[in-house]
Design a protein around this ligand. Sequence first.
Ligand code: NAG
Ligand code: NAG
Ligand code: NAG
Ligand code: NAG
Ligand code: NAG
Ligand code: ZN
Ligand code: ZN
Length: 575
Amino acid sequence: MAIRFILSVSLGLWFLGIGPSPGSPALSAGLSWRNLSCPACRALFTVLDIALKFNSNVDEVAVVASKLCVRLKLAPQDICVQAITLFKHDVITAWTESVLKPSEICGLLLGIACGHWDIYSDWNVTLPDTPKPPVTPPKPPSPGSPVTRVLFLTDIHWDKDYIPGTNPDCQDPLCCRKGSGLPPKHRKGAGKWGEYSKCDLPLHTIENLLQHLQSEHFDLVYWTGDIPAHDVWHQTRKDQLRALSTITGLIRKNLGHIPVYPAVGNHESTPVNSFPPPFIHGNESSTWLYDAMVQLWKYWLPEEAQETLRKAGFYTVKLKPGLRLVSLNMNFCSHENFWLLVNSTDPAGQLQWLVSILQEAEDSGDKVHIIGHIPPGLCMKVWSWNYYRIVNRYEGTIAAQFFGHTHVDEFEVFYDEETLSRAVSVAFIAPSVTTYINLNPGFRVYRIDGNYPESSHAVLDHETYILNLTEANERDNPKWVFLYGLQEAYGIKTAFPVDMDNLISHFLLDDRLFQRYWFLYHKGHTDQPCQQACKTATICALRTGRAGDPALCKDLHNKLTYRETQSLWRQRRMC
Ligand SMILES: *[C@@H]1O[C@H](CO)[C@@H](O)[C@H](O)[C@H]1NC(C)=O
Ligand SMILES: *[C@@H]1O[C@H](CO)[C@@H](O)[C@H](O)[C@H]1NC(C)=O
Ligand SMILES: *[C@@H]1O[C@H](CO)[C@@H](O)[C@H](O)[C@H]1NC(C)=O
Ligand SMILES: *[C@@H]1O[C@H](CO)[C@@H](O)[C@H](O)[C@H]1NC(C)=O
Ligand SMILES: *[C@@H]1O[C@H](CO)[C@@H](O)[C@H](O)[C@H]1NC(C)=O
Ligand SMILES: [Zn+2]
Ligand SMILES: [Zn+2]
């Protein structure tokens, strides 16, 4: 019996992304949702499967699940109750509609090392018969060529209940807010402009950023989602829509004359990560969200883009002659989108659609920028391998890829599929606007080749700006300052795939350079150096454009096994 309860709790909380607190009985029992072991996963899902066959009363299961959540100290009581109330319906609907066996589910969630699954074991996008054109790597532009400046905003995470002075180290998954209580005597309360803790941002910090940006020059804005805060245990649809319209309104007010191209993050929905593909109809579908996005974003997007956005949260736009943008809905690649248990074969046909757009672009000699929220290396394995194949086939067309979601400053290099040695593309991952967790607020500016006939539209350089929270709070005077530029910090000439691959090799040879990367990775706020296992995992992540591929980090594994690297790497993700 007990296992059944643990299971329901674990399901909800795992999808919620809430782990047990240190020292809780759940942890000593080895239950940690982030590194759930393969046998545990199978046992869990086997029991849930049986439990649901005998007792389909969702509410009954939920009541007991809440009790167990409290008893195991997985989260404070009110959070247990609210989280389970929020999750029970969608998770259980998705589960009962799915036809996966426990081993298949665990394979899906934890990678093929944990059992292969027969039904959705594999799917391949179809590439057109058109042969791949010969590859001509980008060349540095001649001096004085025009450069496009793209402002990149990601993971704003506005906390409408942020209250300066409250406890930054509360029990809840998100602090510095209504309900966090007051800090202990020796501890300062949450800062006015934000806090180095598990806290998101108050509106005035976001407003301050956008006002600051008014005085800068940008040609375009890419904005890759995660608008609401991390108080995922009690968010209503109304809360999410309010965050969407408030932040969109602020961006329009401050940057309105500049075109803005958004992508959908995993926090836009509620329950978090819940993005049913279009085969789910009715009230459970994402219509409530996508319709609002079309209403709020139509000012920036042409009709055809609005159509696909309304259907499934992705779109394409012709930005200028020779350049297209594709905005992907990466929730369709996510391990945490439990709707994919129902059917994870190219959800919404998004990748097949991407192929058709890329072929069209190739035929007309256009370049393409891809933006999205979750970086491809963090996707479900099959999705990510298909995506890798597409990037390989269209390496001459895809000029750049941009993502967010991890909140830290990193990148993923893609290699040729045949030898895994020639760098063919880079997914840049920009740091978050929010402080969550323990970071300075920040934003990114990309300097991109163009716009002129025959320009590569590739990234030449990027700049990262931060708000130094220590200073902002001490002086009550927020200043957004330059943290570093890619070329200058690492002594490279461009940010082409080959440069970024060389940079990884330099990190391996030059520990000082790597420690510099580690400092910038956290937007200039980290106390600990990254050595040995941490370094291996961090560098492996830079090579991992596709999920679950031990071959990409082969030469790093004399120190750590592939499994250890993956597990370390997963633990660091906060998102
Ligand atoms: C999960 O991770 C914790 C540390 O984060 C570790 O102590 C524990 O052994 C891991 N459990 C499993 C089952 O891998
Ligand atoms: C997908 O492609 C891979 C590699 O070409 C192949 O091994 C696999 O059998 C294919 N799977 C399906 C379902 O077609
Ligand atoms: C649709 O679902 C939402 C969230 O689950 C709920 O609040 C709302 O009442 C539902 N509406 C209808 C008409 O069922
Ligand atoms: C899953 O979706 C794919 C693509 O839409 C479809 O071809 C397949 O038949 C679906 N599988 C099931 C079991 O419904
Ligand atoms: C932020 O400000 C503090 C206090 O002035 C300083 O010690 C720290 O080095 C600054 N951080 C960065 C990244 O500039
Ligand atoms: Zn985020
Ligand atoms: Zn995210």
